[in-house]
Design a binder for this molecule. Structure first.
Ligand SMILES: Cc1cc2nc3c(=O)[nH]c(=O)nc-3n(C[C@H](O)[C@H](O)[C@H](O)COP(=O)(O)OP(=O)(O)OC[C@H]3O[C@@H](n4cnc5c(N)ncnc54)[C@H](O)[C@@H]3O)c2cc1C
Length: 512
């Protein structure tokens, strides 16, 4: 093992990937995690003794994980059981209509034809083409790039990429752009929701987020054992390569000497010396000084608007009425009001859109009629958990509005005292300090926002950032990518390249 000591603060997706890749390189890696298990937002809640995935549920962009697993000499398939889902998501509206989007694009075109007519189906096909072009234009220059800048983008995009973005309409919001693709308001609403995958409002998010449509068309997978199995797997692989995990150990301070990191101090007072630290908490914890003054100075203090929080119900309950698939969305009539409530008025939506992940469906046979099943119900919420909001009464009101919407859409499901656990912005704030419960870092509002996220290296030698609040952004695969970028930046640091020229390879992935 190398004498280069690394402390990874946080065993979220990015922290796990960094720890795994650095341990693979033979570094002396210790992960300190405030919680009691790996995964961070990727977590399960126990309801009636049954584990319910209560964080991310949609697994996409598997190529990022293929790359990570390959970098440590294994494959996703040999470590986990994953299955592509034939139906990407099932959508319901209050007027009784519903629409499935399929992994097979032609089946989706056919479904849209039956749902909204031939002209709209052809517009949908045009939208798919556009989102594919946007995805292909941005995957290399932005997602895979370690430090994309606004000014550097034209050069990275090249003529064809620039052409795509010009066609998309520079500076348009996702909502505006979708208005040019669809005449059926339900389809505009459906695809506008992709802004929320980055914790943002469709009215403020850039039109480029339509690339998420292509991300889903490239495949949505289910992981046996749930998304938490992915976190457990990464932890196991990192341990096998020598990483040490210390749960129930919050880091209180990042220790610095001069401009160089020298370790961390835990909440218990214990100090762990380190040559490098990878910080996997939200960057807001650093910029607000929670981890000490020197670490605060290492990142931008510019106040950024917070992304969405959530109100969730982890449930073990039977459902009746409309048939659920794995991923289900129930839409209200007035979509705009949801985002005005959350972002302008900082209150829970009076008309929430409800997402339900029915975790026994999609890849498996599904539950027998009347049998309790594993469900995660989620509505968007403002990130106000640090202000002791929303109140209990406001949560109850939103709960009533959410389950009433389900009933109006034809689904009978009731939260009863013993069949669910409710989690809101206050709990998320406690688990993810300095966030107010925001789950996706800063909101992706405006065209510049994607370039405002910090990259992996900081102005402090030896301090690296990884996670959904830094580049390339939130979501399980993007956070994993940032963990990979932090590991690569660390391996490329002078302290390591002086010692071991083979340590870092170009392109972001370190191999051994
Ligand atoms: C309800 C919900 C639904 C979501 N849905 C999806 C989805 O369907 N698809 C998708 O791709 N993404 C989804 N996301 C977002 C996705 O989960 C996150 O973007 C991603 O998991 C973030 O990973 P991360 O690396 O930033 O780490 P995080 O998950 O943020 O974990 C950070 C870890 O660091 C620890 N930590 C922080 N500070 C300290 C400290 N000082 N000392 C010690 N430990 C510390 C925390 O305890 C935590 O374990 C969802 C998130 C939530 C909560």
């Amino acid at each position: 093992m190398s004498t280069h000591r690394v402390v990874v603060v946080g065993a979220g997706m990015a922290g796990l990937v960094s720890a795994l890749q650095l341990a693979q390189q033979g570094l002396d890696v210790t992960v300190v995690e405030a919680g009691d298990s790996p995964g961070g937002k990727v977590h399960q809640r126990l309801v009636q003794g049954v584990g319910i995935d209560s964080g991310p549920t949609v697994f996409t962009m598997r190529w990022i994980f293929d790359q990570i697993f390959a970098s440590v000499g294994t494959t996703l398939e040999s470590e986990l059981q994953i299955q592509p889902l034939p139906i990407l998501a099932r959508h319901f509206w209050e007027d009784g209509s519903s629409l499935d989007l399929h992994a097979d694009r032609e089946r989706s075109v056919q479904a849209v034809r039956e749902f909204a007519g031939a002209a709209e189906a052809s517009r949908f096909a045009g939208f798919c083409d556009m989102s594919q072009r946007v995805y292909e234009a941005l995957e290399g220059p932005f997602i895979r790039s370690t430090a994309p800048s606004f000014l550097g983008m034209p050069g990275r995009l090249g003529a064809s990429g620039l052409g795509v973005l010009t066609q998309l309409g520079p500076f348009r919001s996702l909502w505006q752009s979708l208005g040019q693709h669809f005449t059926d308001p339900r389809l505009r609403q459906l695809f506008a929701r992709y802004a929320t995958y980055c914790g943002s409002s469709p009215w403020q998010a850039p039109a480029t987020l339509m690339l998420i449509a292509q991300v889903e068309l490239n495949g949505v997978w289910s992981v046996r054992g749930g998304m938490h199995a992915l976190a457990l797997c990464l932890e196991r692989l990192a341990r096998q390569r020598g990483a040490v995990f210390r749960y129930g150990n919050a880091c209180a301070q990042i220790l610095v000497q001069g401009r160089q990191v020298r370790g961390v101090r835990l909440a218990s007072g214990e100090e762990l010396p380190a040559d490098s630290v990878v910080f996997n908490g939200d960057v807001a914890a650093l910029s607000t000084g929670l981890l000490g003054e020197p670490a605060r100075a290492a990142v931008s203090r510019k106040a950024a608007p917070r992304s969405l929080s959530a109100l969730t119900w982890s449930m073990h309950a039977p459902t009746q009425g409309v048939a659920l698939d794995r991923h289900n969305v129930f839409f209200t009539r007035d979509y705009a009001s949801e985002f005005t409530d959350i972002f302008n008025d900082q209150r829970l939506p009076r008309q929430p859109t409800v997402y339900i992940c029915a975790q026994d469906r999609g890849a498996d046979d599904g539950p027998a009629a009347g049998q309790a099943e594993r469900l995660l119900c989620l509505v968007n919420a403002p990130a106000v958990g640090d202000r002791h909001l929303p109140t209990h009464e406001a949560l109850d009101t939103c709960e009533h509005a959410s389950f009433s919407l389900l009933a109006r859409c034809g689904l009978t499901l009731q939260p009863l005292p013993d069949n669910h656990v409710r989690t809101g912005p206050q709990e998320f704030h406690q688990r993810f300090p300095a966030t107010g419960g925001a789950l996706y870092g800063q909101a992706t509002h405006g065209w510049m926002s994607a370039f405002e996220r910090a990259g992996a290296p900081t102005s402090l030698q030896g301090l690296y950032l990884a996670g959904g609040s830094v580049h390339p952004g939130p979501g399980v695969p993007m956070a994993a990518m940032s963990g990979q970028q932090a590991a690569a930046a660390l391996m490329a640091s002078p302290a390591l390249t002086r010692r071991s020229p083979r340590a870092a390879t170009s392109g972001g992935t370190s191999m051994r």
